[in-house]
Write a protein that binds this ligand. Sequence first.
Ligand code: MN
Length: 234
Amino acid sequence: MTDTLFPAPDWPRIAVQDAQGSFPVRRVFCVGRNYAAHAAEMGNEVDRAAPFYFTKSALAVLPSGRSVPYPPGTSDYHHEMEFVVALGGAAFRVTPDRAMDAVLGYACGLDMTRRDLQARAKDKRHPWDLAKDAENSAVIGPITRKDRFGAIADQSIRLTVDGELRQQGKLSDMVWSVPDLIADLSRYYHLQPGDLIFTGTPSGVGAVDPGAVLRGEIDGLAPVELTLGPPEAS
Ligand code: MN
């Protein structure tokens, strides 16, 4: 066995309710524009021909309940409350009717976004990485097992900031269903245990200031919480 030149990263793990072990994160896939009302508020239409994706580094994952500094390089940091699918099995070129076999469970997640950098990237037809792959930007609550949660139906999804309701929708508002998303992604990737899929956000996204306390909830799941501290001193 060879030693590493410096310490290997401490790979993110997520708590799983009623389980002995935790969930080691492999990859983070995110779906864009999966709720029509959110696409409209961003001035876009939903592309009903195919979903589209972006990714975040697994090392951008932040477990729920932490306080982190307001991130560098933005003055318009936005919340996006999302239903997250956690894979516990492999999927490659699966059909939607087999796709759910790969699902371990679900969690509440926050796809935190530097909206000002995203707008600039869109204008210049540049990639979204600086906007979306911010450090600590994939916040995720404990995973609830698929069987415990039951069918994905019209569960409420909502987010409060400092106790004030900002986002509200239903999982049934998703344009692309979870089986459709897994089947589609599996045309491009060998999906593996540890992969996460952030399935898009309902309308009501907006900026949060240093000091904000965010709390996201979905019926039947443990909540996700984030506290933003002041920016780091330069
Ligand atoms: Mn999102």
